[in-house]
Design a protein. Structure first.
Length: 413
């Protein structure tokens, strides 16, 4: 039985083992933030670290801080912090660049591992940017390379002898539907295909075990549930078994075995470090480094359990309190099949979401008709779910979403 009264939900907050984590964030008064799936809230430690790295490490230490503050090892240190959140070893994850650039690097390098297989396989509803990156790569490589896109239910049948790499996003950004990582990875391996997972919508909110799934590669951003700030650097995962075989598509000085020897000949660094490109973004990496401290002492099983409860309660309350208002749940009803987000379809989803935001309930919208709500269990309370639905009820009942100001399409939706 799903608790749906505010009193019952307040009792859940009182008993919540993660309740104290909310104090680790700087949250605006009067705001219910349900958009952690797009941009995580600001950790207090991250704000403090930003001031320290600018004022002291840069301002006073200057170039000495590459050594004294150990800036040079930030990509490895931050990668090691993310590793336990995704079921990886500390030497299998490194941070730098954007998700798109990391994806390009891994796609190109993975194709070299399967020279007789020219196909990248994905689903038509994968995150569009991932598809754009793959399309751009195969277009640049030219025939016989190709990106093959099929419906989700047709992936198994499309894994033939020409497929080098299966590229999927664990959580569907539109609906929150979750792939079974272990099953699909195993199936691909049986067909001789490598697998790359995009964890941007799952890392930091769901238990992930790349090692147990025997995944080959993965990428993910730092600014959603990892709370690293807008445009935070992304992570890149390469299973240990591939690290000395795979050739980086960008041969860069930071990925060199001896970067400060400045030799004319490129020699790749050992292990994951060979995927470093360019000078690390110290300010951004330092903020992400501090942001990851919010996971200190957090049991990922408890985090997942709260995520499931929050999303279940939200669906139940919306369908109970908003019946007859043309809201249609777009996310899987089976909790094990979705991530930590819930999407509802409505023909007027955009202005309704803008009216919600004006009331201090922040979610987002994805064309053509999806209202998305992301639940970060570290700072979203059970009573927040109740209050958010009450705001939605009031907007639908009053029709205030019809005000012309809410129909104005902003640059970012």
């Amino acid at each position: 039985m799903v608790a749906t009264s505010r009193t019952a939900l307040a009792e859940l907050d009182h008993a919540d083992p993660l309740a104290s984590c909310r104090d680790r964030f700087s949250l605006p008064e009067g705001v219910i933030y349900l958009d952690g799936n797009s941009l995580g809230a600001l950790p207090r430690a991250a704000a403090a670290r930003a001031g320290r790295v600018v004022g002291q490490e840069w301002g006073e230490g200057l170039i000495r801080s590459w050594n004294q503050a150990d800036w040079i090892n930030l990509p490895r240190r931050v990668g090691a912090k993310i590793a336990p959140l995704i079921g990886a070893g500390p030497d299998e994850v490194i941070i730098g660049d954007s998700t798109s650039i990391n994806l390009y690097k891994l796609l190109a390098s993975a194709l070299r591992l399967k020279p007789d297989r020219p196909v990248i396989l994905s689903e038509v509803d994968n995150f569009p940017t991932d598809l754009y990156v793959a399309e751009g790569l195969v277009r640049w490589l030219g025939p016989p390379f190709e990106l093959r896109m099929v419906e989700r239910g047709m992936l198994s049948g499309a894994l033939d002898h020409r497929v080098a790499l299966l590229m999927l996003t664990e959580i569907d950004y539109r609906t929150g539907e979750r792939h079974d990582m272990k099953v699909l990875t195993s199936l691909a391996h049986e067909r001789g295909t490598l697998v790359l997972w995009d964890l941007s919508h799952s890392a930091g909110v769901l238990p992930i075990d790349l090692g147990a799934a025997e995944a080959d590669f993965a990428v993910g951003c730092g600014y959603k549930y990892l709370n690293g700030g807008p445009g935070a650097p992304a992570f890149l995962y390469v299973a240990r078994r591939w690290q000395e075989t795979i050739e980086p598509v960008i041969a860069d000085w930071m990925g060199h075995a001896r970067p400060f020897a400045f030799n004319a000949e490129y020699v790749p660094a050992d292990g994951i470090a060979r995927f470093l490109t360019g000078t690390p973004s110290v300010l951004a990496l330092s903020v992400l480094d501090a942001a990851l401290d919010v996971f200190d002492g957090v049991d990922m099983k408890q985090l997942c359990a709260k995520s499931m409860a929050l999303t279940d309660i939200f669906i139940a309350l919306c369908e109970q309190r908003c019946a007859g208002n043309d809201l249609v749940v777009a996310s899987p009803r089976e909790v094990a099949q979705r991530g930590s987000q819930v999407s509802f379809r409505h023909a007027q989803g955009y202005p309704i979401m803008q009216a919600l935001i004006a009331r201090g309930v922040i979610g987002d919208f994805r064309a053509p008709d999806l209202m998305r709500f992301g639940f970060s269990p570290l700072y979203v309370r059970y009573v927040d779910v109740f209050d958010a639905v009450e705001a939605l009820v009031a907007i639908l009942k009053s029709g205030e979403w019809r005000e012309p100001r809410f129909a104005q399409i902003a640059a970012v939706t």
